[in-house]
Design a protein around this ligand. Structure first.
Ligand code: ZN
Length: 747
């Protein structure tokens, strides 16, 4: 029982220091105001003790407190110590939206270092409010096997104008033997405090505030002016604005002012290079112009050292000074910060670790910052969409989200620690081998472009969403796992199932409605699943089983059949060398980002150069050329640690040459890259050729693209899409007025 490394166990001499606190409690009790009650304290920042019927007194005697005594709420953060143990204690039994819980994090000190030890939370304590103190008792849930898991917490109640006096926390064993005790001084009315730094690029206007009364809001929601820190403060979280709000000049960015995932990743790495790679309560927000994909926001959820420490919002997608725009800006900022605290989207809570219950209608009925307004769906056939959301949204997190923000175990909440969602939960292929009943009218299918992948070959699969009925069916068009509305689970040859987690998450909080039916029977997307936040998923030869789940507009979860695909062992020595060149950690990131200039990934780029230079004819060299070619085509924006924007201009000719070889090596089916990637590579090649000044060749490339896919005997509707993509590419490169362009459209 008396293990030395358990902060709930007693050490000698501990109680001596608490005499003062007990004395003080007696003193307050002597004020004799109020009776004992076990009701929860009122939900106001300051609780008012009701006046008690007093015996008649002679008028000349002054009662010590003739009027009701206003006492402080006891809620907030306290700090205690015992021996080498440090305790951060959170008391959440009164004040704004109390969840009626107590929780704490333990740290142990050794010399001049302090390390995190473990956390606990008491979910359903007995709360007794006495005149002089609040007594909280219950059994905690701990991150370790605590020897003394029962708590008894006494918090003195003091008049509102006086500072909060220390609280006394005692641990007891299951058989009621005294464990250790902590005297905890009051620190803050907030449960957690996070440093917040916001930088913006020129031309963007960071969000300031929104008055919730500007537009109709639900009757129960008080009108107030919300800033981003105020919205978090209402949840009990303090955002301390720190650091200068840098404004980053973009003049150097030239015409291409949109940001790619690769550039954002490089910006984040540079920003955090100033910090140690340790969990800390800090978050960085970049207000950028626009994302290549047109998104409103993303959370950086990258390598282990940088998880959940930063987010970006894209001004061009959310700008506007009217009330509706400012309201949606507020939502986007708070939403992205919610991700930084490890809050999942409303329909994904069951994928969290530990899984949290989904709200009503599969979570889509959550009135939360973490739902999308367009995804809101009160019930499968009830009101839904943005107008229904805003008519009912009270500008707050749900109760379950408050419990996570305030009492989630330290490593599950603090930035830079535990990963954002890691369970595979309901899409474990084993659990769903039997067909599930599905009346959604939609079908999801995973397809592999080739029967087997070579050792080290990037695994790309195609996702196909189709209508199963003749009548038209409306749904959203987000099929890529990076967009968070599709989850993919992979069962590895070892039998272990893992969820594919993308490196960066796009928040697709604008509706993209598609109608599946006669006019458009299916949607297609290709996704690189080889490397995600957890590293490589397909590095061992063997058979893999993959299953995907799509959250449809009405809340239906459409599951795909299980796709089996094989990774072959290397057949030759060269296969093994080439495979290893692609299986490095940095190379995996580069394949996901399609190349990068980031200094931290330079080793990976060197390996990719080696692959292309020393094994130019190996079938897997195509992937190296693709990553290099796409990166060469970028005017690569780099936000340096001192907040200046450097731009390395695109190398059109080099990009065109690399991409030409990608195309050449992929023309035959089952060789090279898959059709959707090939289509992307062809359009990139045309842009590269235009950038290199050869407009004629660029137009030829798009014409070749149309002809090549016509030769593949695709669905006529898919071919129409490809012709439209060719048109769009001509417009983008300025060839739309040319004769060539129009002739090509008929080719
Ligand atoms: Zn999101």
């Amino acid at each position: 029982m008396l293990g030395v490394s358990d902060p709930t166990i007693v050490t000698s001499g501990m109680f001596d220091r608490f005499e003062d606190a007990q004395d003080y409690q007696e003193e307050v009790a002597a004020l004799g105001n109020g009776a004992s009650t076990s009701a929860p304290a009122p939900a106001e920042a300051e609780a008012e003790v009701p006046p008690q019927p007093a015996p008649p007194r002679p008028e000349r005697i002054q009662a010590p407190f003739p009027r009701p005594l206003r006492t402080r709420a006891v809620r907030g953060r306290y700090r205690g110590a015992s021996g080498n143990w440090r305790l951060e204690l959170r008391v959440d039994v009164d004040g704004e939206r109390p969840t009626r819980r107590v929780s704490g994090d333990f740290f142990s000190t050794s010399g001049s270092t302090t390390g995190y030890f473990g956390s606990f939370v008491v979910h359903a304590p007995t709360i007794t409010t006495k005149p002089a103190h609040v007594l909280i008792e219950g059994t905690g849930s701990f991150t370790w096997r605590a020897a003394a898991p029962k708590i008894r917490l006494r918090i003195p109640r003091v008049p509102a104008h006086q500072p909060q006096r220390p609280a006394t926390l005692e641990f007891r064993t299951a058989s009621d033997t005294a464990g250790s005790a902590y005297q905890c001084t009051y620190e803050s009315r907030y449960f957690r405090t996070v440093s917040y730094e916001e930088d913006s690029v020129t031309g963007t206007v960071p969000f300031v505030s929104y008055d919730t009364a500007s537009l109709p809001q639900p009757a129960g929601s008080p009108a107030r002016v919300l800033t981003v820190p105020k919205a978090l403060a209402e949840a009990g979280i303090e955002l301390l604005t720190t650091g200068a709000a840098n404004v980053i000049p973009t003049s150097a960015a030239g015409a291409n002012a949109t940001w790619s995932d690769s550039e954002l990743h490089a910006a984040m790495v540079n920003h955090f290079s100033r910090f140690t790679n340790a969990p800390r309560w800090q978050v960085w927000m970049l207000v950028a112009g626009a994302h290549d994909g047109g998104y409103r926001g993303i959370m950086f959820d990258y390598e282990d050292a940088f998880q959940r420490q930063g987010a970006a919002v894209f001004y061009d997608a959310i700008k506007g000074t009217d009330a509706a725009s400012r309201r949606s800006q507020l939502r986007t900022y708070v939403h992205e910060l919610g991700h930084a605290f490890n809050l999942m989207h409303s329909w994904q809570k069951d994928l969290a670790v530990p899984p949290a219950p989904l709200g009503p209608n599969g979570g889509l009925a959550d009135l939360s910052w973490m739902n999308y307004d367009w995804k809101y769906q009160q019930s499968p056939s009830g009101p839904g969409g943005a107008s229904a959301y805003w008519a009912s949204f009270p500008f707050q997190f749900t109760e379950n989200e408050l419990v996570h923000l305030r009492h989630g175990y330290y490593r599950n909440v603090i930035m830079g620690a535990n990963a954002f969602s890691s369970g595979a939960a309901d899409i474990d292929p084993d659990l769903f081998d039997d067909p599930v009943q599905d009346a959604s009218g939609l079908a999801l299918e995973l397809r592999s472009p080739k029967p087997a992948f070579a050792f080290g070959e990037p695994v790309v699969v195609e996702l196909k969403l189709s209508g199963t009925e003749l009548r038209d069916r409306e749904t959203h068009g987000y099929l890529h796992p990076n967009d968070d509305l599709v989850s993919v689970a992979v069962q590895q040859p070892s039998g272990r199932t893992r969820l594919f987690r993308p490196l960066l998450r796009h928040c697709v909080d604008t509706a993209r409605t598609v109608t599946l039916g006669v006019g458009r029977p299916a949607l297609y997307e290709s996704a690189y699943l080889g490397f995600g936040r957890d590293g490589f998923l397909f590095e061992t030869p063997g058979t893999y089983r993959i299953r995907a789940s799509y959250v449809a507009g009405d809340g239906s979860r459409v599951l795909s059949p299980v796709l089996r695909l094989r990774v072959r062992p290397p057949a030759t020595g060269a296969d093994e060398i080439v495979g290893e060149l692609l299986l490095g950690e940095e190379q995996g990131q580069l394949l996901a980002l399609l190349g990068s200039d980031a200094a931290t990934l330079r080793g990976g780029m060197t390996a990719i150069d080696t692959l292309v230079d020393e094994h130019p004819d190996h079938p897997l060299a195509v992937y190296g050329r693709l990553a290099k070619g796409i990166n060469e085509l970028r005017d690569f924006k780099e936000l340096t640690a001192d907040k200046t924007l450097r731009v390395r201009p695109a190398h059109g000719a080099e990009a065109a040459q690399l991409l030409a070889r990608v195309v050449e090596d992929s023309v035959a089916d089952t060789v090279g890259v898959d059709n959707i990637t090939l289509n992307m590579a062809l359009r990139a090649k045309a842009r590269a050729e235009a950038k290199a000044g050869d407009l004629g060749r660029a137009v030829d490339t798009t014409r070749d693209m149309v002809r090549m896919f016509e030769g593949k005997h695709l669905n006529p509707l898919v071919l129409d899409d490809i012709r439209a993509q060719a048109e769009a590419t001509w417009q983008e490169i300025g060839a739309d007025d040319g004769e060539n362009g129009h002739r090509s459209s008929e080719a």
